[in-house]
Design a protein around this ligand. Sequence first.
Ligand SMILES: *[C@@H]1O[C@H](CO)[C@@H](O)[C@H](O)[C@H]1NC(C)=O
Ligand SMILES: *[C@@H]1O[C@H](CO)[C@@H](O)[C@H](O)[C@H]1NC(C)=O
Ligand SMILES: *[C@@H]1O[C@H](CO)[C@@H](O)[C@H](O)[C@H]1NC(C)=O
Ligand SMILES: *[C@@H]1O[C@H](CO)[C@@H](O)[C@H](O)[C@H]1NC(C)=O
Ligand SMILES: *[C@@H]1O[C@H](CO)[C@@H](O)[C@H](O)[C@H]1NC(C)=O
Ligand SMILES: *[C@@H]1O[C@H](CO)[C@@H](O)[C@H](O)[C@H]1NC(C)=O
Ligand SMILES: *[C@@H]1O[C@H](CO)[C@@H](O)[C@H](O)[C@H]1NC(C)=O
Ligand SMILES: *[C@@H]1O[C@H](CO)[C@@H](O)[C@H](O)[C@H]1NC(C)=O
Length: 435
Amino acid sequence: MLGKSMKNKEQQCKGAGSYAKLLGAQLDLLNFFGHALVFGMGLLIGVTLTFFVNKLSLINFQIQQLSLLSNTLQPTLLSSTAISSNISLFISNNQTKNNGARNVSSLPKKINQTKPSSSMIRVTRIGLREFLRPPMMMHDMTDEELLWRASMVPMINNVPFKHTPKVAFMFLTKGAVLLAPLWERFFKGNEGLYSIYVHSHPSFNGTVPETSVFHGRNIPSQEVRWGENSMIEAERRLLANALVDFSNQRFVLVSESCIPLFNFSTIYWYLMNSNETFVEAYDLPGEVGRGRYKPKMMPLIRVSQWRKGSQWFQIDRDLALQIVSDHQYFPVFNKYCKPNCYSDEHYLPTMVSIEYWKRNSNRTLTWVDWSKGGPHPSRYYRTDVTVQFLNKLRYGTSCVYNGRTTNMCHLFARKFTPHALDRLLRFAPKIMQFN
Ligand SMILES: *[C@@H]1O[C@H](CO)[C@@H](O)[C@H](O)[C@H]1NC(C)=O
Ligand SMILES: *[C@@H]1O[C@H](CO)[C@@H](O)[C@H](O)[C@H]1NC(C)=O
Ligand SMILES: *[C@@H]1O[C@H](CO)[C@@H](O)[C@H](O)[C@H]1NC(C)=O
Ligand SMILES: *[C@@H]1O[C@H](CO)[C@@H](O)[C@H](O)[C@H]1NC(C)=O
Ligand SMILES: *[C@@H]1O[C@H](CO)[C@@H](O)[C@H](O)[C@H]1NC(C)=O
Ligand SMILES: *[C@@H]1O[C@H](CO)[C@@H](O)[C@H](O)[C@H]1NC(C)=O
Ligand SMILES: *[C@@H]1O[C@H](CO)[C@@H](O)[C@H](O)[C@H]1NC(C)=O
Ligand SMILES: *[C@@H]1O[C@H](CO)[C@@H](O)[C@H](O)[C@H]1NC(C)=O
């Protein structure tokens, strides 16, 4: 009895099943046409949308249309068009910002619906030249944005365009570049082989004549305090601004009291041909060396790895990239290298000695005299500047360059006061054979 009724039920189910199958097939067919129709519409909408990426209101309108359609259309298709509309929104939103000069209200009010306008083509076409052009000096990137942009490295080493390697001279100053007239003479006639970046106090409002090589070379800056981490931030900011220009291959940090000791062609040749970086690093027992180490820096930095050195470096692009993208050492210094630690004298020497010592010379190319003691090196005034003195700085020591011993160990020197400028301008061009 029970078995029979079950069998009946089974048959009933079977019958219902085959009926359902038939119905299903018809439904499938219907569904197929429905899908195709819907797909075509989606495609049409997608294409229409991408044509009007610049016009927000238009996109909004289309999205409204989409949401109307969404009541009748299948969700799978909708989401694919929704993605394209979101991408369009994303582009149009941030294109106006990135174009700087362009301004939202100056965009065409009505866009011709039959074909994209020529102005839109100009906006969206990004050739290599546009890509390689460095942003304006006074850009509006935050430090975080700038460091990220600067950290980019091409994976293909062969450069498919002509470029002349440049030396980036990065001036870290309080105000004006005090010895600018000497540097002007130094740079003259070497256009295209160098770039200049100036980081001065943000409140500095001095002006530079338009004819000067320093004109318009100030980068967006922040306040810098001697011996504090803000100094490292400024160095990284300078490096990042310089890295954004792909043709910068060597990076030289100079202060307002630095002078060049050779002519441009000699310095350019020395830097470009060196297979080493010049970050001074030495281990110094005692209070002003290892005494500044903080045990909390363990385990990243052990006291035996702690190094000291001058902040005035000369490095290549590879090391510059490592410095702007360092997310390991700088946070530790930022946290633990507090007063009486002087990160400007320890951060780079220590990090480079741990990670990049293989190609580092452990010396700097900037001459300075600490022999008189105290927290600041000797300063040079008018009467200090003589031919003998300058030649002593140029050839007075011995060192190794590309594996060979040489007596040309310093290309720059500090600290020179503006009082020394007169005599520097009188002697230097002759001794150093400026153009
Ligand atoms: C599109 O953007 C809206 C709002 O910003 C968001 O809710 C939606 O999930 C996005 N759609 C897709 C597919 O990303
Ligand atoms: C687009 O730029 C604005 C600032 O104009 C920013 O707030 C927003 O996050 C950017 N959108 C994306 C997706 O990066
Ligand atoms: C944007 O363009 C409008 C009209 O062309 C102009 O009046 C306005 O000053 C511009 N705004 C900026 C910030 O350039
Ligand atoms: C759109 O472009 C066509 C052909 O270029 C032109 O004849 C028409 O006047 C334009 N319409 C508008 C609204 O600009
Ligand atoms: C420049 O800055 C100084 C103070 O730093 C101020 O006294 C002076 O008025 C400023 N000059 C201009 C032109 O803004
Ligand atoms: C530089 O210092 C590092 C670490 O102190 C050392 O390993 C390296 O041999 C030194 N390089 C030169 C060229 O002296
Ligand atoms: C630099 O070149 C010299 C000479 O070819 C060589 O002796 C030296 O080992 C090289 N240094 C580095 C760090 O490659
Ligand atoms: C630069 O100085 C060197 C000597 O140090 C000299 O041989 C060379 O000719 C000078 N270059 C120019 C362009 O004057």
